[in-house]
Design a protein around this ligand. Structure first.
Ligand code: URA
Length: 306
């Protein structure tokens, strides 16, 4: 059997190789009841901020299945710590009996946690303490959002890449620079837009997020959209549109068509356009994106008559 190197540089190189090869979760010795801890956290949060202006009360957990009923269900990748711990507290060494946690319970915990956030700042804190997504283990930073939380225009991409992971901000690499130029072309910049991703952690090696990772992160972006409450929502690429609108069409068919995104009892105007990374590879398609951006500008004008 091969010896594990004990030189720190070799270990670092080995870990780097594992991360690049997509090894993005590890097992821990003691089982932890993440769902119970997450609910506890959501309840604490609800108690701490019950009166937050203009926001509904945190939802009750939808079901109260005891954690030790999970035996025998399909195992999800095992996170390294409880799903969420109150910010600034260390996770308990061993808090429960749950041997494995099925994806659907992690998703339910993510929903409860996201719903408990009355503001964007709280939502960011919730995500920072959320340990239910294995992508967090390999990402360097949480990539929550950039731009103006009060903007009428919101963009949603798929997941951060390397530059975003290093800076902790969405769309700051080459595709982000193209997005900035496209915004400038319709007289806007990041102060008039809010930018986020469906998945807030970089998948190792820039691979596509798995359906499980996407579903686990989805409640947070849904809540983020609710809290920003934009007039116009733009999906950058098919992935975010498919995830958030539930549509199955490819981007060629979908782009440039106005759709509606139901949110808090109203319909937000939504449109999908090509992902800037695709435009970097296929510059001829920029003419279609230009049309989409003109349509976005026009729609914003209709929403805010002067
Ligand atoms: N691609 C995305 O979908 N999001 C980013 O933040 C960067 C690149």
């Amino acid at each position: 059997m091969q010896q594990i190197p004990n030189d720190p540089r070799h270990l670092e190189a080995l870990l780097d190789f594992y991360a690049g090869a997509g090894v993005d979760c590890f097992l821990q010795d003691n089982p932890v009841d993440w769902v119970a801890l997450t609910r506890e956290h959501a309840a604490q949060r609800a108690q701490a901020a019950p009166q937050a202006a203009g926001h509904s009360q945190p939802q009750q957990p939808r079901h109260q299945t005891p954690a030790n009923n999970f035996q025998g269900q399909t195992a999800a990748p095992v996170p390294a710590a409880p799903i969420a711990a109150p910010v600034g507290t260390a996770p308990p060494a061993s808090a429960g009996q749950a041997p494995v946690l099925p994806d659907r319970e992690i998703i339910a915990a993510a929903r409860d946690l996201a719903a408990s956030a009355p503001t964007l700042d709280e939502l960011r804190k919730c995500l920072s303490s959320f340990e239910g997504c294995n992508l967090k283990l390999t990402a360097k930073k949480l990539v929550f959002a950039d731009g103006n939380p009060g903007a009428k225009l919101m963009f949603v991409g798929e997941a951060p890449g390397r530059d975003e992971d290093l800076q902790g901000l969405p769309f700051v690499g080459r595709s982000g620079q193209l997005l900035d130029r496209m915004l400038a072309a319709i007289g806007l910049d990041r102060s008039s837009a809010y930018i986020a991703n469906v998945v807030p952690w970089r998948p190792p090696g820039n691979r596509t997020p798995t359906p499980q990772e996407t579903e686990i992160c989805k409640p947070f972006i849904l809540r983020q959209i609710e809290l920003v409450n934009p007039d116009v929502l733009v999906f950058l690429g098919a992935a975010s549109a498919k995830t958030l609108l539930g549509v199955q069409d490819g981007i060629r068919k979908m782009r440039g068509r106005w759709m509606t995104y139901p949110c808090k009892g109203r319909d937000i105007s939504a449109i999908a356009t090509y992902h800037p990374a695709y435009l970097l590879r296929s510059p001829l398609e920029k003419r279609l994106s230009w049309r989409d951006f003109l349509a976005i500008k026009q729609k914003l004008g209709e929403k805010t008559p002067d």
